[in-house]
Design a protein around this ligand. Sequence first.
Ligand code: DQA
Length: 147
Amino acid sequence: MSQSKITVLHGPNLNLLGTRQPEIYGYETLDDVNNALREKAVIAGWDVNCLQSNHEGELIDAIHAARTDGTQAIIINPAAYTHTSVAILDALNAFEGKVIEVHISNVHKRESFRHHSYVSLRADGVIAGLGTQGYQAALEAIIKSAT
Ligand code: DQA
């Protein structure tokens, strides 16, 4: 039987987590976030595949790969592409599993250009403002909805 799989996608600048505007994004690094997700997922029998990219096309390629590699759900923080990328929205629309959009900060409390998300037009759930805990909440929601 193939293992249940989640693809976690992090958009531009999230490789700098821990040192990038920590007053907004906190002190946890991307490795901390990914390792915590893997630890929690493995207990529930899920495999987690994580990718960060500063390039829109690479994120789109990863979403395309998720259509056929057994991924049941995508957790995505598209970062700034949230507010600009119709191409990421289109790619997610071609993916049939669950999509949870995560933002570390509460984008609705910030500049008005961050209030609109193209990805939210596709997302089954949106989490914003819980810090890096938001990724854990997304993972829990996916695991719970599958059991
Ligand atoms: C972010 C919010 C975006 O507006 C911003 O461009 C990011 C990170 C967040 O996680 O809070 O890079 O997605």
